[in-house]
Design a protein around this ligand. Structure first.
Ligand code: 26W
Length: 766
């Protein structure tokens, strides 16, 4: 198909207009149709084995630019639009962003689909079609409020397939309808698919906020991602959602297996199911149920399923390791109970250690450990960064590692440089083309060749000029869309990620307080700094919401202070999402990756920032460790306690022990004068004057007395490291060199590399 003729043809056929007469919305819809035509004409990759990537989240972001790039028509379309005096970026503004994920885990799944397609691997995603996504965030009175994000329009990327399955819930059968999103592969002529299941009659958006009747089933099954699970009805709904996804998904797997003419007892020869965290874990008993129902013996079914499934762990946070009351599963899908009991019986017969049981607790109060189920009945268990996998093996999952050492492996995360460099930073991408040739687009390791330019002042100046341009672009959208003025001449110091206490946005806020107090005390900073945040808090996570409130109050206080305003700016992106990430990340000077060591499994934002020439300020946690190894100590700022020290403190090792079992005593840290001033500022008259006193006081008490993620432990070291980074920023040539090294070393963090490793070690698709 020739784009030059087809695009005007579509404009004529749809609207009776020339391209140049079309509105942005009309152009968007022409391009949507064109892209869909090209993508759906592509065949699936060949291969006898097929991967199904099961995930409750696929944070795919807007698709137009990415799909144009993958189809190889990005430049051509851009040229046609420029000829008509139009810009692709304006047209893409029309596209609604699907919010089918929380953060890293969902975005990783999206990067993986992109790389699976680009490598021409035979693999599809399986998930749910949430109509109102996660939620849309609004700030009101310096607090987060939530509302639905209805992203599905009459014309969208969703392709109805006509495929339907019946999911047998305890209350009766529900029809699951399959919609597909095509995933064209860059550098190939094939396309994969994202399979999203939906109910037949989805419920409309709630009238106000995101509250709704959790027992309105099946209509509410696909309303929201992770509905508020602070109460029992919400938690039960999640079990219903998960079973809906995996039962329909398992039926799809078996249908395609049969269509390929393969016998059920050869499932594991032809299929791999990657279980993305524990949310899809019920696929294990569901497949056993379906296979035994179709004639396999229990032994055969268990063997096939165990050889088909592989499990990825994304967290060591206890509260995120799913454990469901057996009674929930009994209610949602009673037919799974006998299978789960049998799987538990087999595990207990083989391994007497009660810590590795699938079902724990006394009768009537039994709990199913989803991760335990995954580990016993999968052929691979992987962590998502080197440090994380070591922690899984040596502490969190040690009893399992002792049983199954060969199952454990590491797959350090990666990100697709197509979205996170080529599309979001075309200026930097073309500088890279000039320096190292275009080969890095297929083989990201070639970015290493950029190291040869570390002493080339012309290249370093170009890096700085591009960064300055991206900062101006960001300031422009901020002004346009959020009515906030940013000073592009200031240092852009950025922390964007889910809001969670372990990620320690509150420690970043303590730094802001430190700077503010310094300025008020007459000490002028080295240069103006903009501290930019972007984060959504889970709707029921009270402390996370209080931290957002603190940040917004600090902004208000500082903006209205003429003494502080020239030097310090605090801003928070409203409704941070993939679209914002694509604007914010290329504009960053200092990338904040400050989680409490051992708690961030990997991080993937850190990789995107690095590729775009930001310098990391971080703890030795997750993939920061690997970033630090690659760039060397001159090109990263690390600080804070190491993961083994932190793990020992949680285990209560050391001289003193607190009531909560840790050998970290918050008050000891609080009473250091430099720390106490900062923490007490939360309840200072200045801040109480702009904020909600109850929220600020709750946060203050929590930080002072609990500080579960030890912000007060690292804060002084953090302040010192951050001030050092901001001082170093002044030597522009030295800083540009750091930027260059970061970009040059980022090829390792391409998800193409990660996926090639999954394929080599786990999937063996080719
Ligand atoms: C309660 C269920 C639950 C718990 C946690 C649902 C969802 C989550 C998170 C949103 C999971 C998540 O995003 N984990 C992140 O996964 C990334 C990809 O591997 C890692 O880079 C991050 O470190 C990890 O936090």
């Amino acid at each position: 198909m020739d784009v030059k003729t087809r695009l005007p043809e579509l404009a004529q056929a749809r609207y009776g207009l020339e391209l140049s007469q079309c509105s942005d919305s009309q152009l968007y819809h022409c391009l949507l149709q064109l892209t869909q035509e090209l993508a759906s004409a592509r065949p699936a990759p060949s291969g006898d084995r097929k991967l199904y990537y099961f995930s409750a989240e696929f944070l795919i972001g807007k698709l137009l630019s990415n799909n144009l790039l993958a189809l190889g028509i990005y430049d051509e379309v851009n040229a046609i639009l420029t000829e008509c005096g139009r810009a692709l970026s304006a047209i893409e503004d029309v596209e609604p962003e699907p919010s089918l994920g929380n953060g890293g885990l969902g975005r990783l799944a999206a990067c993986f689909l992109d790389s699976i397609a680009a490598l021409g691997l035979n693999g599809d995603g399986v998930g749910l079609n949430y109509h109102y996504g996660l939620f849309e965030q609004k700030f009101q009175h310096n607090k987060q409020t939530e509302r639905p994000n209805p992203w599905i329009e009459d014309e969208s990327w969703l392709i109805p397939t006509g495929v339907e399955f019946e999911v047998p819930f305890g209350f009766g059968p529900v029809k699951a309808k399959l919609f597909d999103i095509a995933v064209p592969g860059a550098h190939t002529a094939t396309a994969g698919r994202l399979h999203l299941f939906d109910v037949e009659a989805p419920a409309p958006a709630p009238q106000e906020g995101i509250d709704f009747n959790k027992s309105d089933l099946p209509a509410r099954l696909t309303s929201f991602l992770y509905p508020d699970d602070s109460n029992e009805a919400g938690r039960l709904l999640r079990v219903y959602q998960q079973y809906f996804m995996v039962s329909a998904g398992a039926q799809l797997v078996l249908k395609e297996l049969e269509e390929r003419g393969c016998a059920l007892n050869t499932l594991s020869d032809h299929v791999v199911i990657q279980i993305n965290d524990t949310h899809p874990s019920m696929v294990i008993p569901e497949l056993v149920r379906l296979l035994t129902g179709r004639g396999l013996s229990m032994d055969e079914a268990v063997e096939q399923v165990s050889k088909t499934c592989a499990y990825t762990n994304h967290t060591i946070l206890a509260e995120a390791l799913e454990k469901w009351p057996l009674s929930f599963i009994e209610k949602a899908a009673p037919q799974l109970t006998p299978i789960l009991r049998e799987l538990d019986r087999r595990a207990k017969a083989a391994h007497t250690d009660p810590k590795v049981a699938v079902i724990q607790g006394e009768e009537g109060k039994e709990i199913v450990h989803m991760a335990h189920l995954d580990i016993h009945y999968s052929r691979s268990v992987n962590g998502v960064a080197a440090l994380h996998t070591e922690i899984l093996k040596n502490s969190e999952l040690k009893p399992f590692y002792d049983i199954y050492p060969a199952k454990f492996n590491n797959k350090t995360n990666g990100v697709t440089l197509r979205r996170w460099l080529e599309v979001c930073n075309p200026q930097l991408a073309s500088l890279l083309d000039e320096c190292v040739g275009r080969g890095w687009r297929r083989d990201p390791d070639q970015l290493n060749k950029l190291m040869e330019f570390a002493g080339d002042s012309a290249v370093l100046d170009r890096m700085l000029a591009i960064k300055a341009e991206k900062k101006r672009e960001l300031a422009d959208v901020f002004a346009r869309e959020q009515g906030i003025t940013l000073d592009p001449e200031s240092v852009f110091d950025i922390q964007v990620k889910r809001l969670h206490e372990y990620k320690r946005q509150q420690m970043n806020a303590l730094y802001v307080i430190h700077k503010y107090l310094e300025i008020k005390g007459g000490k002028t900073p080295q240069r103006p700094v903009t501290v930019l945040f972007g984060a959504k808090a889970a709707p029921a996570y009270v402390m996370a919401k209080h931290i957002i409130h603190l940040i917004l109050c600090l902004r208000k206080l500082i903006e209205s202070d003429p003494q502080a305003r020239p030097w310090l700016h605090v801003a928070m992106v409203e409704n941070y999402n993939v679209t914002w990430a694509e604007r914010v990340i290329p504009a960053c000077d200092i990338s904040e990756q400050i989680s409490l060591a051992s708690k961030e499994a990997s991080g993937t934002g850190n990789m995107k920032f690095m590729a775009n020439g930001a310098v990391t300020l971080g703890t030795l946690d997750g993939a920061n460790v690997e970033i630090a190894e690659l760039v060397g100590p001159d090109n990263i700022y690390t600080f804070g306690a190491k993961s083994d020290e932190v793990i020992r403190m949680y285990a209560g090792e050391g001289e003193k022990k607190g009531a909560d079992g840790r050998s970290y005593l918050p008050l000891d840290h609080y009473h250091r004068p430099a720390v106490e001033r900062l923490v007490d500022f939360l309840v200072s008259p200045e801040l109480l004057g702009v904020g909600d006193p109850a929220a600020l006081a709750t946060l203050w008490r929590d930080m002072k007395n609990k500080d579960w993620f030890m912000a007060m432990l690292d804060v002084e070291d953090y302040i010192a490291a951050r001030d050092r980074a901001i001082a170093d920023y002044g030597d522009r040539t030295a800083w540009a060199k750091k930027m260059l090294v970061n970009t040059a070393k980022s090829g390792y963090f391409s998800s193409d590399r990660t996926i090639a490793q999954y394929d080599r070690d786990i999937w063996q698709l080719k």
